[in-house]
Design a binder for this molecule. Structure first.
Ligand SMILES: Cc1cc2nc3c(=O)[nH]c(=O)nc-3n(C[C@H](O)[C@H](O)[C@H](O)COP(=O)(O)OP(=O)(O)OC[C@H]3O[C@@H](n4cnc5c(N)ncnc54)[C@H](O)[C@@H]3O)c2cc1C
Length: 296
């Protein structure tokens, strides 16, 4: 039986309380949200925090709502939103069906009932589905610390596998997704069996101009070693071009070219690169169909 090393435990009563505990106990303290990544790592002794700060009582971090801020209307998703709540959120699905596509394929109901949106992105596992989704949507992470609040584009949030810009005395409070009407979005994933981690996955959010060209696009790639979980060269190629099969095929090729997948038990490099290409094409095709009001 695997058991974690000895640790102390405190239950935070507010975000400020959690931050003050993090500051008091230093780098040996860790936030626990759903615990579905951290606790297994502690059991394997891959993580050995001396102090766990439980943020499960912080209802203020569990909301999904639309708000108009300095940057216009935004979908705001609290860090403690459970996967199941994002999957069940009508407002999230109405604006960005991609989020429901991704959530439907994350693990199983047991994990989705406990695991959180904030825990997923803070874990920064290269196979984490929401990292690719939020990258495609150009979300912004709201991080709170002793000095107040700062915002970081999700595209600058991940500093490496299992590493983010969140500091030792900081907490991810919220993800904000800009709302831009009229587009289509989707998330497509290949896994070895239902609920498994991705072999590869692609996210696309697409807005079309009246003449059928691509007005704006966001791409996200999961588990294929894409820099910052995205494919900026393919996005640049797409903008202003007709939203056709030929354009999407070239975008897929470009996206795959800039990936650096690693071979592991989920597949060899060539297979994953092929998936990055094919899934990008399929995601663009489906996002375009949704933008045209076709496919649900
Ligand atoms: C069997 C199984 C299958 C899974 N399959 C998938 C899958 O297919 N796709 C997928 O994407 N994920 C999958 N997951 C992961 C799942 O999505 C987890 O919920 C997620 O990785 C972590 O969320 P959590 O709330 O449990 O975080 P925790 O385990 O509590 O925390 C993870 C890390 O984030 C930090 N943290 C958490 N919240 C915050 C915060 N607000 N601010 C700062 N730091 C924070 C913690 O300190 C810790 O370092 C799977 C997990 C399991 C157990």
């Amino acid at each position: 039986m695997q058991v974690p090393a000895h640790f102390e435990y405190q239950r935070a009563t507010s975000v400020d309380h959690a931050i003050s505990l993090l500051a008091r106990y230093g780098p040996e303290a860790r936030i626990v949200a759903g615990g579905h990544s951290l606790i297994p790592m502690m059991k394997l002794r891959l993580a050995q925090p001396e102090m766990l700060i439980d943020i499960n009582d912080l209802d203020e971090l569990g909301e999904i709502r639309v708000e108009v801020g300095d940057e216009g209307a935004e979908l705001r998703i609290g860090a403690m939103t459970r996967h199941a709540d994002l999957l069940g959120s009508a407002v999230a699905g109405e604006h960005y069906p991609m989020l429901h596509d991704a959530e439907r394929m994350i693990a199983d109901p047991l994990v989705r009932n406990r695991g959180t949106v904030g825990g997923s992105v803070c874990q920064a596992d290269p196979s984490e589905d929401l990292s690719g989704a939020f990258t495609a949507l150009r979300a912004t992470a709201v991080i709170r610390g002793l000095d107040g609040e700062r915002t970081v584009p999700v595209r600058e949030f991940f500093t490496g596998p299992y590493q983010t810009v969140v500091g030792p005395a900081e907490i991810l409070a919220e993800l904000r997704v800009p709302l831009r009407p009229g587009g289509g979005s989707t998330y497509l994933k290949v896994d070895r069996r239902a609920g498994d981690w991705a072999v590869a996955a692609a996210a696309a959010a697409l807005w079309l101009a009246p003449d059928g060209t691509v007005a704006e696009v966001g791409l996200g790639l999961t588990a294929v070693g894409a820099p910052d979980f995205t494919a900026v060269q393919a996005e640049e190629y797409l903008r202003g071009r007709p939203a056709t099969e030929e354009t999407f095929a070239e975008a897929g090729r470009i996206a795959a070219e800039h990936c650096s997948p690693v071979a592991d038990q989920r597949g060899p490099v060539d297979y994953k690169r092929h998936l990055a290409d094919e899934l990008t094409v399929r995601a663009l095709r489906r996002a375009a169909a949704r933008a045209r009001g076709g496919e649900a």
